[in-house]
Design a protein around this ligand. Sequence first.
Ligand code: NAP
Ligand code: MG
Length: 402
Amino acid sequence: MEKIKVKNTFVEIDGDEMTRIVWKMLKERMLDPFLDYHAEYYDLGLLNREATGDQVTADAAHAIRKHGVGVKCATITPNDQRMTEYKLTQCWKSPNATLRGILDGTVFRKPIMVSNIKPAVRTWKKPITVGRHAYGDVYKNQEMKIPGPGRAEIVFTPANGEPVRGTIHEFTGPGIIQGMHNTEKSIRSFARACMNYALAEKTDLWFSTKDTISKTYDGFFKAVFDEEFANFKEGFEKAGIKYYYTLIDALVASIVKSEGGMLWACKNYDGDVMSDLVASAYGSLAMMTSVLVSPEGHFEYEAAHGTVTDQYYQHLKGEETSTNSIALIYAWTGCLRKRGEMDGTPEVVAFADKLEAATRETIESGTMTGDLIGIVDPNPANRRVNTEEFIDAVTENLVRKL
Ligand code: NAP
Ligand code: MG
């Protein structure tokens, strides 16, 4: 069989632990035999981040800016325990935070749906994508305990000018206060990234805040979205998609009664909470894809889950593992499809479609990893397979389609 040619370079970012092992298997068994591609490779495994003083992470981010598309394996975010385990000289920053910072991106998480795993919400027929603004608000706040009576104020001192103040509360007893911020630049990037993503995926965009209560803060988010949408209105009309703005409480009520299929743009805290709620309602973290989209339209695809540490330790002990590779497969298909769309190579897009279909059909025919056995519709055909067996089963289904 002649290999399918991927025209232009994309960026491949390797990672850690069990996902690094699965990554290698996917390439060897499912991709390399069928595709002729050139990937610019960056090893973000923790040992290489240590060896390069974490320069490799910044280099990988700049490579995505250059080539436009990348695919990333899961990586360890070090903590004290990892410092000892990997003999690190520094507790390196989260690679995802570094990539997000350099790409100025917004993260979109979308569940992968199969017919024999039902979402906990009965009406959901199509995936709900959560787009989370990953900057500011309560995540970069200043908070204080108020010991007793007194006045709490909010003060802004302009670079050249007189301070402006507002009273938060006149305390008559103990309490708490919190100050937080966001920037116009970041909110605009968030709005653009959501609108670009909605266009790319041809999906409606829903945005929610609580601007009836937070008239200035949330009101500003709404105003920026409205302004940015003026530049996207025509594109949305052409694509046959819509932009809705609603209050967040009204929106959660309609989401639960909807059939899904929208991009839900969330402020930072809302996105943190709602993306976990949505992931869990659709079944499993291992069935959730994630893509970082920059305002300029650079795309970095990955799985939403981590490096699956417990199974890696089992693997090191020589024990059998049953790691679900679906989200990693979809990270690759997302990257290949986007590369194919950008290059104008429909055969590459078709390969991505076939690989996704082969993956879904494998589960739908009852072959799956251990994490799904407990949540799939009961069927005598269901069987639990190990990490390699699952990859081989998907590859067999893929070969039938090529
Ligand atoms: P995790 O690797 O996502 O694993 C959490 C649990 O979810 C696992 O113990 C496993 O449950 C289940 N799970 C997740 N993915 C699975 C898969 N593909 N197949 C089967 N089961 C799966 O998260 P974590 O244990 O909190 O973090 C592990 C490491 O990953 C940490 O060092 C963290 O820094 C890193 N991390 C990286 C990313 C990223 O790069 N995007 C994201 C999150 C975490 P069982 O225990 O039942 O097997
Ligand atoms: Mg969360």
